[in-house]
Design a protein. Structure first.
Length: 381
């Protein structure tokens, strides 16, 4: 049986170079970065060099990069601290955000009685910027939390435009860039972003590590208390081997970005063309069917299958060795419709099965041929 991995939006395979770097650190640099002896100083030096490297990719200072356990913690740090400590009493977000943002916003509404407002979306799930501007006019201290690239349908937010709107209306801006860091260049000196979340395992780095960009002098306070690690923003001994792995993965990603993105985009174009040719009646959800308006790394397709076949589709694909998802991996095991698709798809499309296929440099056209042929066979059965 073939084994075809097309769920890279959920997680990615580690690059061999990353494994090598992490193994080297695990074997030779086990010191605690907070210790003052030579073992600790060595670990601290390695960690701070990684911090400088990562900061340089985004044109920010090293002091603005805070290591976390991943994107979810980074999202929570930004949202919870701005409400608890910075006086934010309204969060403006959208119904298609990751649950790390949506569930946190609702919890904060319960705890602090803040207002949560949702920006309107068009028929493709794209943010209505005019409505966002209207929401920003309200007389409250606001935090806007909108993701750069949607993890289910690949829609790309104009973060420069949103940042400018926030600045003009004295609002803070947090963005989840888990699906874009390592895949797109982000110059944070030219974009008005206060807080940004990223996660290493989305760009061929290790799980369990990410970072939060916190704009200097933001006033953000810690979420986890204890020691003074991470400039006081996050207590707890840093995971050095994971930080090194993240730095190496990000370095390789940006060194090879032009070549690899061109290749992955060609796979996406081939995938779309093949589905349109061989499986008549496909609809691409969000903007994922538009190469220029969506991320090059994924497609989300509504298949021309009756609702009764929907429940068995992913099971049958798995039997054929094809790994994909119906939405976020964080919702695996759930029989509920995707909250992202439910936010903007018409009822008739929601009843039909939709699948997210997400690509990486390790995929091939031969794999796509196999997937499309498998879908065609299932449709005819």
């Amino acid at each position: 049986m073939k084994n075809i991995y097309l769920d890279n939006a959920a997680t990615t395979a580690l690059r061999p170079e990353v494994i090598e770097k992490m193994t080297e650190v695990l074997q030779n640099n086990f010191g605690n970065a907070s210790s003052t002896h030579s073992f600790g100083r060595s670990a601290k030096s390695i960690m701070e060099q990684c911090r400088k490297n990562i900061a340089s990719y985004f044109n920010v200072s090293a002091a603005e990069i805070i290591f976390t356990s991943g994107g979810t913690e980074a999202d929570n740090l930004a949202l919870r601290s701005t409400v608890r400590d910075l006086g934010v009493n309204e969060i403006i977000t959208s119904k298609v955000e990751h649950h790390a943002v949506l569930h946190t916003a609702i919890q904060l509404q319960t705890e602090y009685d803040i207002k949560v407002s949702y920006v309107q979306l068009d028929e493709n799930g794209t943010v209505d910027y005019n409505h966002l501007e209207t929401l920003l006019k309200s007389d409250t201290k606001k935090l806007v939390s909108l993701m750069h690239i949607n993890n289910e349908v690949g829609n790309i937010l104009d973060i420069k435009r949103v940042g400018d709107l926030c600045k003009a209306n004295n609002a803070l801006f947090h963005t989840d860039t888990v699906q874009s860091v390592g895949h797109y260049h982000l110059d944070l000196q030219n974009i008005n972003i206060d807080f940004l979340a990223a996660s290493a395992h989305k760009f061929h780095g290790p799980k369990g590590v990410g970072f939060c960009f916190i704009r200097a002098a933001s006033g953000l306070k810690p979420l986890i208390f204890g020691g003074e690690q991470e400039r006081g923003y996050r207590a707890g001994t840093e995971s050095l081997h994971n930080i090194v792995g993240m730095d190496e993965a990000l370095n390789i990603a940006y060194l090879n970005l032009e070549v690899e993105s061109k290749y992955i985009k060609s796979l996406k174009r081939y995938f779309i063309d093949s589905l349109n040719e061989k499986l008549v009646g496909c609809h691409f959800n969000g903007t994922s069917g538009d190469i220029e308006k969506s991320t090059y790394t994924l497609i989300n397709v509504c298949l021309p299958l009756p609702p009764e076949k929907a429940a068995m589709l992913q099971f049958q694909l798995d039997l054929k060795g094809i790994a994909c998802s119906k939405g976020s991996a964080c919702q695996s095991g759930s029989n509920m419709a995707s909250h992202v698709l439910s936010a903007f798809l018409p009822e008739d499309r929601l009843k039909r099965p939709s699948v997210r296929f997400s690509l990486s440099k390790y995929n091939t056209k031969a794999e796509i041929d196999y997937v499309v042929d498998t879908l065609c066979e299932f449709a005819k059965a």
